[in-house]
Design a protein around this ligand. Structure first.
Ligand code: UDX
Length: 447
């Protein structure tokens, strides 16, 4: 009989994973402890903006006309325990308040709720990003709490999906990493991922600690790459060099590669910042903190970018204060094609300027509701054109396609002064300068 799959926690990761498992042909039951989320998902609606997700959800959620009916959602742990052969745990692991370490309470309570209900052999698969050592501890707890004892086995299967590409990354992963302790677990996971494996996705089998470390080290590498190019941007600014050209030139070396070398206001979001901090905290606990001290520098280069953008904006409005100055901000999300504003560099810059007395007006194609919720005192406009009306300076802080397609002429008519600061190095300087704008970007020569 085909495997029946459950997905516990239906945030970005879980909602996408549940829909993708149904797309791969499995019967799937998703659980969340927030009833409103379950109501939305059961109606085929996604609680966040993620391109393509709503489409595959609607294709499979039971009760929707024309759907396969393979996907259902619930808040009942009993139902989940009764249904599943393989249980994926996709709960979030945010940064602890006032600490670098990650908050494991959601993962732990998922295990504590599920395990006592497991009466037949199952595989529980952790997907959340956790500190190394967690899987071994959770595996022991599972056996201790589950009535079926050692029949409840754990595997760790980190997830590498990017927001904005979550559906594609889940259906066609560039690698599948599984930390397992038995052949049975490996065999079951090969069955779950038979579709992507047939397409040629590499399958890497490891022990628990390595699987956990693959995730945190991959994110640390990506963060380091971004901070590296941003450090080069600082040097370029001091030496009158051009970081965009520099990135292009070093990227031709295949060992370096072109990707993740876009200098700007740096990385944010729900993963990279908190993951590198949790990694440092965990290394400290293990007595290996020296190995990761460079991540402290990666973090501080990254956070410095936000302050630097504020200073560029201050310079653009006259050099002293933001009082009485109108600042238009294009972009609020931490990256395009997402409505996520968690630790968003764009919103951070907007907030800093606002707190220093600037009149800030923000526009974002998808992030307005979340931005308003997080920062209700900022000004918001319904379109990019409305946001820039009368502005003394325009800040381009999230590289939405819509912003690249703006007409500098039309915008020029609306602003107070034609000055644009490109915090993402994504606009074409020639086009903007050609339309009479002063264009400045981070790590590039002034004119
Ligand atoms: C990241 C990892 O890429 C993914 O593998 C992991 O599973 C979760 O964390 P995500 O948070 O969706 O994914 O965003 P990502 O595309 O990695 O971008 C992170 C941040 O870096 C964004 O704020 C982006 O604007 C910034 N960035 C990215 C740069 O500043 N420059 C670059 O060259 C690339």
């Amino acid at each position: 009989m085909a495997l029946r799959i459950t997905v516990i926690g239906t945030g970005y990761l879980g909602a996408t994973h549940a829909a993708a498992m149904a797309e791969l042909g499995f019967e799937v039951l998703g659980l969340d402890i927030v009833p409103e989320k379950i109501e939305m998902l059961s109606a085929g609606r996604v609680p966040m903006y993620e391109p393509g997700l709503e489409e595959i959800l609607k294709k499979h959620v039971a009760g929707i006309e024309g759907s396969s009916g393979r996907l259902r959602f619930t808040t009942s742990w009993e139902e989940v325990a009764e249904f599943g052969d393989v249980h994926f745990v996709c709960t979030n692991t945010p940064q602890k308040h006032g600490e670098y370490a990650c908050d494991m309470s959601y993962v732990e309570s998922a295990f504590d709720s599920l395990a006592p209900l497991l009466t037949r052999p199952v595989l529980v698969v952790g997907k959340s990003t956790v500190p190394v050592g967690s899987a071994a501890r959770l595996a022991a707890r599972l056996v201790e709490l589950a009535p079926v004892g050692e029949g409840a086995e754990l595997a760790w299967n980190p997830e590498f999906l990017r927001e904005g590409f979550a559906v594609n990354d889940t259906l066609h992963p560039d690698r599948i990493v599984v930390g397992v302790e038995s052949e049975r677990a490996e065999k079951l996971l090969r069955e779950v991922y038979a579709g992507p494996l047939a397409e040629g996705s590499p399958f890497v089998v490891t022990d628990f600690p390595t699987a956990e470390l693959v995730k945190t080290s991959a994110n640390s590498f990506l963060a380091t790459k971004i901070s590296f190019i941003n450090a080069m941007a600082e040097v370029c600014e001091a030496a009158d060099g051009d970081v965009v050209k520099l990135a292009e030139a070093i990227g031709h070396d295949e060992r370096i590669g072109k990707k993740f070398l876009r200098a700007g206001i740096g990385f944010g979001g729900g993963c990279l910042p908190k993951d590198i901090r949790a990694f440092m905290a965990r290394a400290g606990e293990l007595g290996a903190d020296q190995a990761l001290t460079f991540l402290r520098e990666v973090d501080s280069i990254n956070m410095r970018r936000r302050g630097h953008m504020v200073e560029l904006a201050r310079e653009a409005v006259g050099g002293s204060s933001f009082l009485g100055k109108r600042v238009a901000v294009l972009g609020a999300t931490f990256k395009p094609d997402s409505d996520d504003v968690r630790d968003s560099p764009a919103l951070n810059v907007a907030g800093q300027i606002h707190l220093q007395g600037g009149q800030v007006t923000v526009f974002d194609p998808k992030g307005m509701d979340n931005a308003r919720r997080l920062f209700p005192t900022l000004g918001y406009a319904d379109t990019a054109l409305d946001a820039v009306r009368g502005a003394d300076v325009v800040l381009h802080l999230t590289e939405w396609r819509e912003f690249r397609e703006l007409d500098p002429e039309a915008l020029g008519e609306a602003v107070g002064r034609r000055i644009i600061l490109d915090g993402r190095n994504a606009l074409d300087p020639e086009v903007w300068r050609g339309a009479g704008w002063t264009y400045r970007a981070m790590g590039r020569p002034k004119a």
